[in-house]
Design a binder for this molecule. Structure first.
Ligand code: SAM
Length: 356
């Protein structure tokens, strides 16, 4: 056996169990969100476990264990005397669903994401991954809650006005498509703001489309239609003024073919807004410049790369696979000639305005 540095070994074991600490703390965030514990603490000052149990209708002993774990993980503040408080910053991340900083949605479908581990072990052998529908209804709700804070806050007031000539077209009445629309909230936000325009969402996930249709009914909007892209794909008729795709090209089995389809669907003076992970072109750069890189590779195996390999011959880009360079190359190959990068108040994503 090689010489072992026992200090190094001890530190390494701490490091390994830190990963388990992250996983179980993530499970506790899921429960705190699901059981309304964070929402009950929001603006309530310092509470005892008995007071929080009373507010939530839960058992005190369970709430106390959860609170102590949350304070130990530095998610809630321990104020002494058995009292725990949520800081205003923690409230924005964990309790305020409408805040752009809301992060608890990212923990919504943790049970579903981990429930596919058995099947993913098989994927390592077959090479074939799982589509988003493998996570069921709650998987679609999880993505919706994870990604929609940005749509509610920044899409209409910040991103659209920065695109060349898009807002006047939307005001006058444009035809708009959202590819990989998920639960449809990007379209809902745009459709509310621009009632003269017609909006079309395309996705292949039945669960996401169910959520999208339910969200639409709730708003009462009449200018949005959702399409199951597996049988009702984007038409090849150069009829769209504006197309968007948010956080989905790296999930697709054939983003290159979709890029060609978007080019054929767009008018000659149309615009495509692509949002994707701010990935660097090489592993080395991602490692050096992305503080969330380990989490992203994990999410990639659990969902993004898995989805992008869910059919034989899938391109398999995964979470960090769609860099700006690849976006430039792929869009140029499909006949787009103009490409501009934007930053829109999102530390994770890059935004590309692409035009024929
Ligand atoms: C991470 S989700 C993003 C959903 C949505 N754009 C949002 O931001 O909330 C990726 C979506 O891409 C969809 N998708 C994957 N491949 C697709 C394809 N070939 N055509 C349309 N949608 C696709 C998935 O079903 C999933 O709903």
């Amino acid at each position: 056996m090689a010489d072992i540095d026992f200090d190094k070994l001890k530190n390494f074991i701490f490091h390994v169990f830190d990963q388990l600490g992250g996983a179980v703390t993530a499970a506790m965030i899921h429960l705190g969100d699901r059981l309304g514990l964070y929402r009950a603490m929001y603006g309530a000052g310092a509470l005892t476990s008995a007071e929080l149990a009373e507010r939530t209708g839960l058992h005190e002993r369970w709430v106390r264990e959860w609170l102590q774990g949350q304070a130990a993980a530095k998610l809630l503040d321990y104020k002494g005397d058995g009292r725990f408080e949520m800081s205003p910053e923690a409230a924005l991340a964990l309790a305020e669903e409408n805040s752009p900083a809301f992060a608890a949605g990212g923990f919504h479908s943790l049970p579903q994401q981990f429930s596919v581990l058995e099947r993913l072990a098989e994927s390592f052998k077959t090479g074939i991954g799982l589509p988003y529908d493998a996570f069921g209804h709650e998987g679609a709700v999880g993505i919706e809650r994870f990604l929609s804070p940005w749509f509610r806050t920044f899409l209409v007031p910040l991103a659209l006005p920065a695109l060349d000539g898009v807002v006047p077209k939307l005001q006058a009445g444009a035809k708009v498509g959202d590819i990989g629309c998920g639960a449809g909230l990007a379209l809902v936000e745009m459709a509310k703001a621009y009632p003269k325009s017609q909006f079309h969402g395309y996705d292949i996930s039945k669960h996401a489309l169910d959520r999208a249709r339910a969200n639409l009914v709730e708003t009462g909007l009449r200018n949005v239609t959702f399409h199951d892209a597996s049988g009702d794909a984007l038409p090849d008729d150069a009829s769209f003024d504006f197309i968007t795709s948010f956080d989905c090209l790296h999930d697709m089995t054939h983003p290159d073919l979709v890029t060609h389809a978007v080019r054929r669907a767009l008018k000659a003076d149309g615009t495509w807004l692509i949002a994707d992970i701010n990935a660097k072109p090489t592993f080395e750069e991602n490692l050096q410049r992305n503080p969330m890189v380990a989490m992203m590779y994990g999410i990639s195996v659990l969902s993004c790369m898995s989805s992008s390999l869910s059919e034989p011959g899938g391109m398999g880009l995964g979470t960090l696979g769609f860099s700006e360079q690849l976006a430039r190359d792929m869009t140029r190959a499909a006949g787009f000639t103009r490409f501009q990068r934007h930053e829109f108040e999102n530390p994770v994503n890059a935004y590309y305005e692409v035009r024929p």
